[in-house]
Design a protein around this ligand. Structure first.
Ligand code: ADP
Ligand code: ADP
Length: 233
């Protein structure tokens, strides 16, 4: 199912055109990889879909409806969650408190579940998504970078995301931690989410992507679905 569709979307900052006639479709059950050099328009694209910036040309349809988000809250309400590089995790708080942090922000102070129950729900959800963290009372800062990414993604999924936008999730990670995150991206896709994977790393894109989009100077320079590669081509 197509969740987001951009039709001829454009965006300028003063006289700098950041995006021009961008057409893009984000579907559930797919990893859409967005590649491009610095300045190509990747951040601007994320900001439009996540409610931080409005676009100024074309149309954005979300779940079939013409949409102009005026805040991240609105984008979240439509099922689009963005995980930025800073992850919006509170490093000194426990894993389970962090898991519910987004929910408190979205729905006001949360007193619906007691601490024990929140810890339990966090454990169940992380286990379901294949993340093993034995002690959920540990501060998030004590976990690996890959685990932190996975927690931020799992949290978005738990609180209703249909599309998750990942802003260079492997950029700051080494080989092994990147592997942890890439595996998790595949798991999120297999759970039915649409994943938008912004990356500079073509190898990472190749490992997990179904759909590849390259931005160049604000335009879509390539948009291809994955085809199985054969050696005789
Ligand atoms: P960011 O895009 O980094 O989140 P904002 O969108 O809040 O920052 O912009 C803050 C101000 O900084 C803008 O009004 C703009 O003048 C300037 N600015 C931010 N990013 C850039 C950029 N890539 N090129 C030029 N100016 C920028
Ligand atoms: P990327 O994320 O691919 O590096 P951006 O979306 O940040 O690309 O930037 C696209 C273009 O828009 C660049 O030319 C950049 O300098 C410009 N730009 C981005 N944000 C701002 C801003 N807030 N103000 C002015 N120019 C900006």
């Amino acid at each position: 199912t197509e969740i987001v569709r951009l039709v001829d979307v454009g965006k300028a900052y003063g006289n700098v055109t950041a995006l021009r006639e961008v057409n893009l479709s984000v579907r559930q059950g797919e990893v859409t990889c967005v590649l491009g050099d610095n300045g190509a328009g990747k951040s601007t694209l994320i900001k439009i879909m996540s409610g931080l910036h409005d676009y100024d040309a074309g149309q954005m349809y979300v779940n079939g409806e013409l949409s102009h988000f005026s805040s991240p809250r609105e984008a979240l309400g439509a099922g689009i969650a963005t995980v930025y590089q800073d992850l919006a995790l509170a490093p000194l708080m426990s894993v389970w408190r962090n898991f519910f942090l987004g929910n408190e922000i979205r729905r006001g102070p949360l007193r619906l579940l007691d601490n024990k129950r929140m810890e339990q729900v966090t454990g169940e959800e992380l286990t379901r998504m294949g993340i093993s963290i034995p002690d959920l009372d540990r501060p998030v800062a004590s976990l690996s970078g890959g685990q932190r990414q996975c927690i931020a993604i799992a949290r978005a999924i738990h609180f209703g995301a249909k599309v998750i936008i990942l802003d260079e999730p492997t950029a700051a990670l080494g080989v092994k931690q990147s592997g942890v995150v890439l595996k998790y991206i595949v798991r999120a896709r297999d759970a039915g989410l649409g994943v938008v994977f912004i990356t500079h790393n073509p190898h990472h894109a190749y490992l997990v992507g179904n759909h590849f989009v390259v931005l160049k100077l604000g335009r879509i320079a390539l948009d291809e679905e994955r085809e199985d590669l054969t050696l005789d081509q």
